[in-house]
Design a protein around this ligand. Structure first.
Ligand code: V47
Length: 372
């Protein structure tokens, strides 16, 4: 689009945002095509405030666990998965994993465990319910955010149960919420290239629909910066927005930039995302997802300095302390694997915002005053 036409289109979008009108596919594409990242940030922040957003910025004290790295799917973007024959494949015994989490808790009072693994073909369904129950009993008061929709789908196939049955049994064992992983990009064209062995995007959405129907609040993501077009990014966001209209079950959206190192795509010369694209994705997500309250600037994948700037581009959550992140680090993330609470607080305060430590469900646990 020529510059003048783009400026007119952006002006029309601004008018819609000011009037509180919903943005459509063309608006989303126009926003992504714009290089005026400051305008996008300002619009996103305006939209966030218009919908009741304040200066509060949330974070959670959380522990990441990966019960296995063994996965049958072989997604081309993934540097984390292993086959069971690889020497560095990981498969945790349940008591050892619980003991490990308990040890960490002796010096870090995390309130959430975020645990994902892979589509491991060697596990019975009882492993998943047993590990959930063991974590719940061994770590009282800790919210359990376990298993992506893709893992839930894998359980249904390997154990011949419906999604509802699997989710009911996991909830009964202590599951509190689903993380947003596995969504990637819903467009069949993209999935066929980057994740041909994964369930279709429609199934990912259906699994969350069922989870919401059972009373679970969940998370959603999009993996960008690979083969997808701007149109496919926006269509993905609109699918999430439609489901949210229907169920109201998503608590937060997290844009995830693809990291190419140690993946098939690295050998094809693919690059890490740039800061401009990361900020655009935060702003455009906030603008398009007018019905999802929280947008996370995931410092693990975009760096802490950029996540801080992201707080002026529509994000209102900086995710967490994240002890022991492995998925992004297997693919070349150069960020630390953990941030201390004091550091997150400083980053938020220096952005002119108010740090609020939350639990998984955005209940406030502690609030810091704005810096004088
Ligand atoms: O589904 C895998 C992505 C996801 C790579 O729910 C990669 O609050 C970049 O879903 N480069 C798992 N990304 C992580 C995830 C997540 C993260 C933070 C918060 C939440 C939440 C969820 O990571 C996968 C995939 O989309 N991923 N490989 C890679 N090379």
């Amino acid at each position: 689009m020529a510059t003048i036409a783009r400026n007119i289109a952006l002006q029309e979008i601004r008018e819609k945002v000011v009037a509180g009108e919903r943005l459509d596919l063309d608006d989303g594409i126009t926003l992504l095509e714009s290089h005026d990242v400051l305008e996008l940030g300002e619009l996103a922040d305006l939209a966030r405030r218009q919908r009741g957003g304040t200066d509060d910025v949330f974070f959670v004290n959380n522990l990441y666990l990966n019960y296995t790295t063994i996965c049958r799917v072989k997604c081309k973007f993934c540097a984390f998965a292993r086959t069971s024959k690889q020497a560095d494949a990981v498969m945790w015994d349940i008591p050892d994993l619980v003991a490990h989490a308990q040890q960490v808790r002796e010096h870090q009072e995390f309130t959430e465990i975020h645990m994902v693994g892979g589509e491991n073909p060697h596990l019975d369904f009882s492993y998943y319910t047993d590990i959930t129950r063991a974590l719940k009993e061994g770590l009282p008061g800790v919210d359990l955010k376990l298993f992506t929709a893709s893992e839930i789908h894998h359980m249904t196939r390997s154990c011949d149960m419906t999604h509802e049955q699997v989710l009911r049994e996991l909830i009964d064992a202590g599951l509190d919420t689903l993380p947003g992983g596995g969504a990637e990009v819903f467009a069949p064209r993209v999935r066929k290239i980057i994740a041909p062995g994964k369930e279709p995007g429609a199934q990912w959405l259906e699994t969350h629909r069922i989870a919401h129907g059972l009373g679970l609040k969940t998370h959603c993501t999009m993996l960008y910066n690979h083969v997808e077009t701007y149109e496919e990014r926006i269509e993905h966001l609109l699918s999430l927005r439609d489901l949210q209209d229907e169920t109201g079950g998503f608590m937060a959206f997290i844009p995830l930039p693809f990291h190419p190192q140690n993946t098939v795509f690295e050998r094809r010369g693919w690059k890490f995302s740039t800061g401009q694209d990361d900020l655009k994705m935060l702003a455009v997500s906030r603008l398009m997802l007018d019905n999802i309250e929280h947008v996370k600037a995931y410092w693990i994948m975009i760096s802490t300095p950029l996540a801080q700037v992201g707080l002026s581009f529509g994000a209102n959550d900086i995710q967490g302390t994240v002890v022991e992140e492995k998925i992004a680090h297997a693919a070349g993330a150069v960020t630390p694997t953990e941030e201390k609470i004091a550091d997150l607080v400083r980053v938020i305060q220096e952005a002119g915002k108010i740090p609020v430590q939350r639990d998984t469900f955005y209940n406030e646990l502690r609030r810091w005053d704005a810096r004088a």
